[in-house]
Design a protein around this ligand. Structure first.
Ligand code: FES
Length: 87
């Protein structure tokens, strides 16, 4: 598990190992638009302000992944304990 912080509200939410970032946030009323939910379409792309992404999508190139400034929260996760999202 790791935590996600919403930059605009300062709220921090726990993301359990068995839930995606988008589904865990939705349970707290934070909605991110999704479509494929498999890391293919790019609909859910969200900017990352802090923390290291664990990219699990097929959408970004390796260069884009290495920049660590956006990720696909329908399937990707965090390598560390916290991600701060530009939401
Ligand atoms: Fe398609 Fe996330 S919903 S990449």
């Amino acid at each position: 598990a790791f935590q996600v912080k919403i930059a605009s509200s300062g709220q921090v939410y726990e993301i359990p190992a068995d839930k995606s970032v988008t589904s865990a946030l939705l349970e707290h009323g934070v909605e991110i638009l999704v479509s494929c939910e498999q890391g293919v379409c790019g609909t859910c792309i969200t900017r990352v302000l802090e923390g290291e992404c664990d990219h699990r999508d097929l959408y970004f190139t390796d260069d884009e992944k290495a920049k660590n400034d956006q990720f696909t929260p329908c399937c990707s996760r965090a390598k560390g304990k916290l991600l701060v999202l530009d939401l």
